[in-house]
Design a protein around this ligand. Structure first.
Ligand code: NDP
Length: 328
């Protein structure tokens, strides 16, 4: 089954329905060799969008990805490369994070250096910054686009009100406006995307690159009987994520996972594919960013494309009903 490509909102950019991100894994959980195998497996399957951020592994995720891309021999025009600014990379000085003009511009330069790239296709504000006037941030993004260092800019985990304000400022000053939002979206995390963001995304013609489609792996069923040693929740540096995912409401989530698994079995589909396919079915989703620490996981997830039509309206209704009992 061939990888479909979707327009990123109203922009002319086309992204593969499934994309691949470097969070937790590159420069951290996996070796450079495994990172290389993962990126090559993704590209070989038609994935054209690779997601990264200055903060992933304190900049090392970009360094590892940049080296792999440099040695790949792939045409630069054949893939879409992103990074994100806000949390900072190697250092933590007061001007080395946030969305001030200084950090947006310097952050972009740092990402370009680590990724060994001349430009970023997508540059995201990784969060909103309450300490910087929004006009300062949108002007800095616009200037990076005018300089050719960034082709399109976007937001990540911004509220509908913040996105609206950014668009209004861009219209007023004739700046390039954000074309994409990157929110979390999965069977356990829905309401922000579906209720709050969808109206503004439609109104402003914005696409979406959604993250954690498997809720960090929870939706694969791998945590049903405890925490496997080779999983991300076993990593000391991710104690905060473990607390979040295995804290309040875990029992209800595990019960829901068993019900999702029964639906998956009913349509002869592994659970990870079902969970990813459910995200892809939402027409407001331009691309689902998958993550993987093993090539077999990635291959499993990429096979989602072949089972999309099994998610009939009846199956979607069943999933919706289970999900509504536990989803935020
Ligand atoms: P997922 O929810 O898909 O979790 C991926 C993890 O789940 C893998 O690393 C692996 O972890 C496990 N896994 C994946 N597939 C399987 C499988 N088939 N069977 C068993 N386990 C599996 O996505 P991520 O949370 O990694 O997010 C994806 C991307 O989204 C990130 O890389 C990043 O680019 C982006 N992102 C953006 C954020 C933002 O704020 N904008 C925040 C977070 C992510 P394990 O090693 O435990 O096996």
């Amino acid at each position: 089954m061939e990888m479909p490509y979707r327009r990123l909102g109203a922009s002319g950019l086309k992204v593969s329905a499934l994309s691949f991100g470097a969070w937790v894994t590159f420069g951290n959980q996996v070796s450079t060799e495994v990172a290389r195998d993962l990126l090559h497996a993704a590209y070989g399957a038609g994935v054209n969008f690779f997601d990264n951020a200055e903060t992933y592994a304190d900049g090392r995720a970009e360094t590892v990805m940049g080296e792999i891309l440099k040695n790949s021999g792939w045409r630069r025009s054949s893939y879409v490369l992103s990074s994100k600014v806000y949390f900072g990379a190697e250092s933590e000085g007061p001007n080395e994070m946030g969305l001030s003009r200084k950090h947006v511009i310097e952050g972009c330069h740092g990402s370009l250096r680590r990724l060994q790239a001349d430009y970023l296709d997508l540059f995201f504000c990784h969060r909103a910054d309450p300490d910087t006037p929004l006009l300062e941030t949108v002007r800095a993004m616009h200037d990076l686009i005018i300089q050719g260092k960034v082709l399109y800019w976007g937001t990540s985990e911004w509220t509908a009100a913040q996105i609206t304000e950014a668009h209004e400022l861009c219209a007023k000053y004739n700046f390039h406006a954000p074309v994409v939002e990157q929110p979390q979206y999965n069977l356990f995390h829905r309401s922000r995307f579906e209720k709050e963001l969808t109206p503004v995304l439609k109104e402003r013609g914005m696409g979406t690159t959604i993250w954690s489609p498997l809720a960090s792996g929870l939706l694969t069923g791998k945590y049903n009987d405890g925490i496997p040693e080779d999983s991300r929740l076993h990593m000391e540096s991710l104690e905060w994520l473990k607390k979040r995912l295995t804290g309040f409401g875990t029992e209800k989530k595990l019960a829901a996972i068993k019900k999702f698994a029964a639906v998956a079995a009913g349509i002869d589909t592994p659970l990870p594919r079902l969970a990813i396919a459910w995200c892809l079915k939402n027409p407001q989703v331009s691309t689902v960013i998958t993550g993987a620490s093993k090539v077999e996981q990635l291959q499993e997830n990429l096979a989602t494309i072949g089972i999309m039509e099994r998610l009939t309206p009846a199956v979607m209704a069943e999933l919706d009903q289970i999900s509504r009992t536990v989803a935020e």
